[in-house]
Design a protein around this ligand. Sequence first.
Ligand code: IPE
Ligand code: IPE
Ligand code: MG
Length: 230
Amino acid sequence: MKAGDLKIPRHVAVIMDGNGRWAKKRLMPRTFGHKAGMDAMIAMARKAKAMGVEYLTVYALSTENFARPKEEIEGLFDLIRRYFTKNVKDLYAEGAAVRVIGDVSVLPDDVRKLIADGVAGSPADARFFVVLALNYGARAEIVRAANAAASSGDGVGEEEFGKLLYTADMPDPDLIIRTGGELRLSNFLLWQAAYAELYFTDVLFPDFDGRQFEKAIESFSRRNRRFGRV
Ligand code: IPE
Ligand code: IPE
Ligand code: MG
């Protein structure tokens, strides 16, 4: 596809699945796959920014993932510790800001502080946002918003309800990518995905490189989005 034919989605959201299987194929522990996945995520952020995407939301940890063995969850926290100290800061220098969606209150104190400092330290004038979904679950997000709406007394409309979600000031995702071969959303952005285009690939996330990302954007460019009209 020629560069001029590409339609660039404003908001791309990615279910980064397949790290564990990628490691298993290499006879390595799952955490090794998560490390490779983190590197792929940083590279994908650079690629998305270079292509003109404004928001890149990445599903890094679901509410349900917390039920995994302690060792794996601890390994993920260690990766956050490492990446929020160095790699994420490199992204700021390139003009990217970092945001977080999800319930971070249950994360270890030091991890929470690193993330909060990281978000606060993001460039204020950024035009590209990496949105990390951490301990994120769409149902929990919707219930939280519903409770906030109920306590406000009056009924709320769709637009106001959207403002009670973690993604309040963000556009809905135009494109949702899932790597790793499963054909499901796994509790990701259920409200916001109403009119998202979906792209599934068997490629395991650590192997999802710049060319793979381009292929997803090319597929998006060929879609005819009707939003219920003719
Ligand atoms: C996705 O990869 C990353 C996280 C859930 C943290 P998985 O860990 O689910 O990898 P597979 O699906 O077992 O291969
Ligand atoms: C979805 O992957 C969550 C993330 C990528 C963070 P899972 O591996 O948790 O999804 P299921 O269990 O296959 O649905
Ligand atoms: Mg998985």
